[in-house]
Write a protein that binds this ligand. Structure first.
Ligand SMILES: [Zn+2]
Length: 369
């Protein structure tokens, strides 16, 4: 199984400077190679291969005016050329648009394709031309390292993500479960287990709206350069945004890992998010929890994920007798069917989702993925 672990780097000022130079150089080589490819094609109808460009790059690096390119590892620069090559392959396969020039404001990253060195005694990681850099203590990797990716976020944080192969097999659970997306909760299972939405997430979202409004006020129309305060505020918004995204992902990772290791078959509803967001009550719940991300995590973690159609009336049907209550509203937390069965709205819905999911053939379940 291929896995990766991400560590945050603790850099000295000197290391930060050197690393930024490397990001800049990789970006430069990527843009240079893109420009060479376009011009060679326009001027001589020549198609430059990855190999041609790498050979050319060796020559460019020898020129005095491009001496600074030698301040970053040559493998990293070559990697930028193969990244561009991949971008073109994707373009020709019509998977993605024509490759674009990279900008400084984007997320910056480069790959260390081989000879990745980690020192767990001192929690240090080796970056060519930068040296050994410290990282915050975290889990140790157990397995064969394939490659590493060094990156920088728009909020000026630096990370290394190390990809490795482990012998350990994925652990799956047993039995089956249905999951209903709650309004009051993040989710509830057909076994009656409730996953709460974390409260701090809500308060941080409120804070974010306030900071975003303040950013809008600081924006002055018609100015070429915005004020320092505007940029400071922009960074504050980006940091808060990053924090919220991480909190959300953490929570969703915990819940989905729990589900995947507890159950073999997990049934969920195919929620038409845009349709449901129109409903104001559900809007907060859905955008707050990132239902799409939840499903995405389940898709790669769960052994047998079944997604049922969004038109099955999962909350209106009594799971015990099949009686349908068409008058059920979002406010009804509990209801009694016409045959006298007392039902908890959310658990009943989760039970129905499980039944629909198990009834659907595997083929159908796959189609709706
Ligand atoms: Zn009933």
């Amino acid at each position: 199984m291929i896995r990766s672990i991400k560590y945050e780097l603790k850099l000295t000022k000197g290391q930060t400077k050197k690393l930024n130079q490397s990001f800049g150089n990789c970006r430069f080589v990527y843009n240079w190679a893109l420009d060479r490819k376009i011009k060679a094609y326009q001027e001589e109808e020549k198609k430059l291969s990855c190999f041609d460009l790498m050979k050319e790059l060796t020559q460019v690096k020898k020129k005095e005016e491009f001496e600074w390119l030698n301040l970053s590892g040559s493998q990293q620069l070559q990697q930028s050329i193969s990244n561009l090559d991949n971008a073109f392959t994707n373009f020709f396969k019509a998977k993605k648009g024509f490759p674009k020039f990279k900008k400084k404001q984007n997320r910056q990253s480069f790959r260390i394709p081989q000879n990745v060195k980690v020192d767990y005694e001192n929690f240090k990681f080796f970056i060519p031309k930068v040296g050994w850099v410290k990282f915050y203590k975290d889990k140790e990797i157990k397995g064969a390292i394939k490659f590493a990716t060094v990156s920088k976020t728009p909020t000026n944080r630096y990370f290394v993500s190390i990809t490795f192969e482990t012998q350990e097999q994925k652990k799956f659970g047993k039995g089956s479960v249905g999951i209903d997306l709650g309004i009051k909760y993040l989710a509830i299972t057909s076994d009656g287990e409730v996953f709460e939405n974390q409260k701090y997430l809500k308060s941080n979202l409120k804070k974010l709206r306030v900071e975003q409004r303040s950013l809008q006020r600081k924006f002055k129309k018609g100015l070429k350069e915005q004020s320092n305060n505007y940029y400071k505020q922009g960074l504050r918004v980006a940091k808060l945004h990053e924090k919220i995204t991480n909190q959300r992902k953490d929570l969703l990772h915990k819940v989905t890992t729990y589900l995947a290791t507890t159950y073999e078959t997990v049934c969920i509803e195919d929620l038409n998010v845009s349709g449901m967001v129109k409903n104001h009550n559900l809007a907060l719940a859905i955008s707050d929890c990132g239902w799409g991300v939840f499903r995405q995590f389940l898709e790669y973690k769960v052994k047998d994920l079944r997604v049922i159609g969004r038109f099955e009336p999962s909350s209106q049907i009594c799971n015990i007798c099949g009686d349908r209550n068409r008058n059920l509203t979002l406010k009804d937390r509990e209801w009694v069917c016409s045959n006298g069965h007392k039902l908890d709205r959310d658990i009943n819905a989760a039970l129905n989702i499980k039944d629909f999911g198990l009834r659907a053939s595997t083929l159908n379940a796959n189609v709706s993925h």
